[in-house]
Design a protein around this ligand. Structure first.
Ligand code: HEM
Length: 498
């Protein structure tokens, strides 16, 4: 062929490009296996749509709106679907069903070889999870509870100083949640509650989460950024997980090892597993602790903020809960701090926690999974292997077929209906599902169940004038604006369990 035959005029190149784009768009809209699944036009033709809307910080609400517009299954990218169909949801997150975590999780994992949340390989994940599972199990709560008590007592002492003036109670919930991680992990709170200050660490966590929130949906961009980092520097706060926070966790693990002692905190338990299983080396323990800080602090504080906000917004529910606690206290069945066992026996308290976490689940984004070989059928549409599917708790927690016409209402009573409670729990997705369910669930339930009644017994609370929650989602939902008047109560201590 003559070399000239390969040359094309600019005009010819534009025409060719236009034809190729038109063929691509035509294919995605009419011939792709997902062509019949509704969704925004831009989402069908480019993967940039989803990271773009994620960056706006309201992906949890945008997903709910998308489902209102397009129905139970929505195409959110040429190769990805958001699923709000109850049956398909159950299929995707059923343990052992081989719907493995999608590519976005490799961004979450970064370069860390030991990362339960980000690990995509199920075999490696289950080996790693087995190494640490015991320290997070229900049996371990017995050892961890006194560590939580230390932080609750410190918080109650600090809040007593405010005598009814309005404070940002949400901020104190975050100080509490991070200190609990320090306390259960290393037998030593980080000391934030004591000084009422976080030394800038919250902003760093939030920046990192915000950055992970959108970049995980653009893994190609992430990889280019990582390759170019030696030349362009670090533009992604997401990388703090592997640097700043990992160094922080490493220092704490080292300090814990130096202090010694046979406390059954998480680090102590993992260090004793290490004696039998050297694979769990110090670096891996530090990685696990980094995950604790990331996965366990903002999630718990968001849940606490939602519970307190919804209670204060609904005085009749607040009063009913106080009545439940007061009647138990009168019978000498509650102590201060309230124990986990006592809290579990408070049916209305438990219903409130479920309901608040249903309406404000901390994980706002889709927990995406790859469709396994053989494909699946969603709502009559065949979806081939390799398509990314997943559900956000904000979506499944608002499906009318599951929750009824009052799905948007704060109605703890729905959890007291014994005939329906178990059915509702099958769709409670605040802690994820299947083999990747939150490993810290027992810990967070322990701290929340204990702290909420303890606060209500020790303080009168009311929302400050015009206090409204502001929501922002960067992978996790962050709630701010919980301004509350907190006034200490006079308690007849003779009526407390010893
Ligand atoms: C209210 C509090 C919490 C909420 C709402 C929450 C939510 C979640 C969710 C939704 C997942 C699944 C993520 C996915 O599938 O991609 C998860 C996983 C995880 N969470 Fe939590 N979490 C909470 C507290 C904690 C705490 C306190 C810790 C640790 C101390 C923790 C550690 C983890 C870890 C390590 C994973 C990964 C588990 C695995 O894949 O094996 N979480 N969490």
């Amino acid at each position: 062929m003559e070399p000239d035959a390969l040359h094309m005029s600019p005009h010819g190149a534009i025409v060719l490009l236009t034809v190729l784009v038109a063929v691509y768009v035509f294919y995605e809209c009419f011939f792709s296996p997902l062509a019949r699944i509704p969704g925004p036009f831009v989402a069908k033709i480019t993967w940039l749509y989803y990271p773009f809307i994620s960056r706006r910080g309201r992906i949890h609400r945008e997903l709910v709106d998308l489902h209102k517009t397009y129905g139970t299954v929505v195409r959110i990218s040429p190769n990805a679907l958001s699923v709000g169909d109850p049956m398909a949801f159950r299929e995707i997150y059923r343990a052992g069903n081989k719907f493995y975590k999608s590519q976005s999780y490799s961004v979450l994992q970064g370069t860390r070889p030991f990362d339960l949340a980000g690990q995509r390989d199920e075999k490696i994940h289950s080996e790693q999870r087995r190494l640490v599972a015991r320290s997070y199990s229900m049996d371990s709560m017995v050892y961890l509870e006194p560590h939580v008590d230390t932080v609750i007592n410190a918080l109650v002492d600090r809040l007593k100083a405010f005598h009814g003036q309005p404070i940002d109670l949400g901020y104190w919930m975050q100080l509490f949640a991070v200190d609990v991680i320090g306390s259960i992990s290393f037998s030593r709170p980080f000391g934030y509650v004591e000084v009422g200050e976080d030394n800038g660490i919250f902003l760093r966590i939030q920046r990192a989460l915000r950055s992970i929130g959108w970049i995980r949906h653009a893994p190609q961009l992430y990889r280019w950024h990582q390759k170019l980092m030696p030349y362009i520097g670090n533009w992604l706060a997401a990388n703090d997980r592997n640097t700043y926070f990992f160094e922080f966790a490493t220092r704490e693990v080292q300090a814990r090892t130096d202090r010694g002692g046979d406390y059954k905190d998480i680090a102590g338990q993992l260090l004793s597993v290490q004696k039998e299983k050297p694979d769990l080396n110090d670096t891996n323990i530090a990685f696990m602790m980094t995950t604790n800080v990331f996965a366990g602090s903002d999630t718990t504080s968001t849940s606490l903020r939602a519970i307190i906000y919804l209670l204060l917004k609904h005085p009749e529910k607040y009063d009913r809960l106080v009545e439940e606690l007061e009647s138990k206290r009168q019978k000498g069945e509650l102590s201060l701090p309230v124990t986990f066992k006592q809290a579990e026996s408070c049916a209305y308290l438990q219903a409130i926690i479920y309901e608040a976490m249903r309406l404000y689940p901390a994980a706002g984004d889709i927990l995406d999974r790859d469709v396994p070989p053989g494909g699946m059928t969603i709502n009559g549409h065949y979806v081939p292997a390799g398509v990314v599917v997943g559900t956000s708790a904000w979506v499944i927690h608002r499906v009318l077929d599951i929750w009824g016409p009052d799905a948007e209402e704060f109605l703890p009573e729905r959890w007291l209906d014994k005939g329906n409670e178990n059915n509702l729990k099958r769709f409670f997705f605040a802690f994820g599902g299947g083999s990747r369910t939150c490993i810290g669930r027992n810990i967070s339930w322990l701290e929340i169940s204990k702290l909420v009644p303890t606060l209500l017994m020790c303080f009168d609370m009311r929302l400050a004038d015009k206090a409204e929650l502001t929501e922002e989602c960067g992978s996790l939902v962050f709630l701010s604006g919980l301004k509350v008047h907190v006034a200490p109560k006079e308690l007849d201590r003779k009526l407390l369990a010893s």
